[in-house]
Structures are given as structure tokens and as C-alpha cells.
Design a protein around this ligand. Structure first.
Ligand SMILES: C[S@@+](CC[C@H](N)C(=O)[O-])C[C@H]1O[C@@H](n2cnc3c(N)ncnc32)[C@H](O)[C@@H]1O
Length: 192
């Protein structure tokens, strides 16, 4: 069996990050300046917490959501919930009137069937966007993971009118074999 523990795995262990995914957010934040000091950040699909750790390091206040539990993290308010549950938005808006940045690394359980995993991932990415539309402040930033496949262009077309800057990006820390890609939307134009 292939050893999945690569450079980023060991780097994460060494530096005390809960996931190698932490490096993807670090790289995307360096390249696209998504999170700034003082921001209120909503982290969707947050467990085990690597992205939340990076956001806290950047000086953000973090509200994190995952369907699975997450170990306590200083500076992070955790909610165990399903992001496809429509009532989650009310809870989020009780915690903060608005969010500066919404990030989502939510992934479905991998079935191994490319199309199935792709479609489930698109559903999670759309659920993340539905939440972002209701909680993001005007001018806010959005970052979401999606597995590549036939629906990717439709997904992009759906999101692009809502942001002044938009693109798909694959950070170096993503495995070369991975189907994942990240949609980056900056300058949210608000609900319309
Ligand atoms: C790749 S992990 C996220 C890793 C995280 N960004 C980090 O750096 O530690 C994907 C997460 O999405 C979560 N997830 C999947 N479906 C979800 C759903 N419907 N609602 C909330 N979280 C979900 C999983 O439980 C899992 O923890």
C-alpha cells in the first residue's frame, strides 16, 4: 500500500498542526490574502481543526462547524452540526451578526466512485455557499473545496456573479493525485 505520509504530514506533526490541510490554507492565504487580523471567520467542515488553527494564528476569531466532534481549540467556538441543515444559519447569526470570511474544506466520505464523490462534494460546496450567502458581509471572502468532475463549470457559473474576484486554485500542498480544487471568491457582492 502507498504510504500517504508525505512531507506535509511530517511538517504538520512537527509544527503541531492537527492536519496537513493546514498548509493548503496557509498557502492560499499567502497567495490571495483571504483572512486578516481581527476577522471573524466561519470554518465549515472544520474537524480536526488544522484550518481553524491557521485562522487563529492569522489573528482571526473563529467559529467552526463539523458534523463530527472537534477537540477544543483556544480562540475557536465549535458547533457540532450538519452544514446541510438549514437551521444552522440561525445559530451562526446568533453568535455573530456577520462573518468576514467563510472557509469550507468539507468533504464527503469517499466511496471511491469518482462521479459519486464528485456529486456529493458539489452538494457540500453548494451547502457552504448557501450559508455564506446568508452570513457573509458585503465585500467578504469565500473559500470552498470541491472535487473536480462534470458539474464543476455549472458550480463556477452559479458562484461567479456573487464575487468581484473569483477563480479556481490548486494549492501546492494538495496531493497531485487529488481531485480537489478550491473556489476562491473575494469581494462578496451581497444577496441578490
Ligand atoms: C478534510 S476534513 C477537514 C479538514 C480541516 N480543514 C482541517 O484542516 O483539519 C473534511 C471534514 O468535513 C466534515 N463534513 C463532511 N460532511 C459534513 C457535513 N454535512 N456537515 C459538516 N461537516 C461535514 C467531515 O466530518 C470532515 O471533518
Amino acid at each position: 500500500m502507498r504510504d500517504k505520509r508525505d512531507h506535509y504530514y511530517w511538517e504538520a506533526k512537527k509544527l503541531g498542526y492537527r492536519s496537513r490541510a493546514a498548509f493548503k490554507l496557509k498557502q492560499m492565504n499567502r497567495d490571495f490574502r483571504l483572512i486578516r487580523k481581527g476577522d471573524i471567520v466561519l470554518d465549515l467542515g472544520a474537524s480536526p481543526g488544522g484550518w481553524s488553527q491557521v485562522a487563529v494564528e492569522l489573528g482571526a476569531e473563529v467559529i467552526a462547524v463539523d458534523i463530527n466532534p472537534m477537540e477544543k481549540l483556544e480562540g475557536v467556538t465549535f458547533i457540532q452540526a450538519d452544514i446541510t441543515d438549514e437551521s444552522l444559519v440561525d445559530t451562526l447569526l446568533e453568535l455573530s451578526d456577520y462573518y468576514d470570511v467563510v472557509i469550507s474544506d468539507a468533504s464527503p466520505k469517499i466511496s471511491g466512485v469518482w462521479t459519486v464523490d464528485h456529486l456529493r462534494s458539489v452538494d457540500l460546496a453548494k451547502a457552504s455557499f448557501r450559508i455564506a450567502q446568508q452570513v457573509l458581509r458585503l465585500g467578504g471572502n469565500f473559500l470552498v473545496k470541491v472535487f473536480q468532475g462534470e458539474e464543476i463549470q455549472n458550480f463556477y457559473n452559479e458562484l461567479k456573479p456573487h464575487f468581484s474576484f473569483k477563480k479556481f486554485h490548486s494549492p501546492k500542498a494538495s496531493r497531485k493525485s487529488s481531485a480537489e480544487i478550491y473556489f476562491i471568491g473575494k469581494g462578496f457582492k451581497g444577496l441578490r
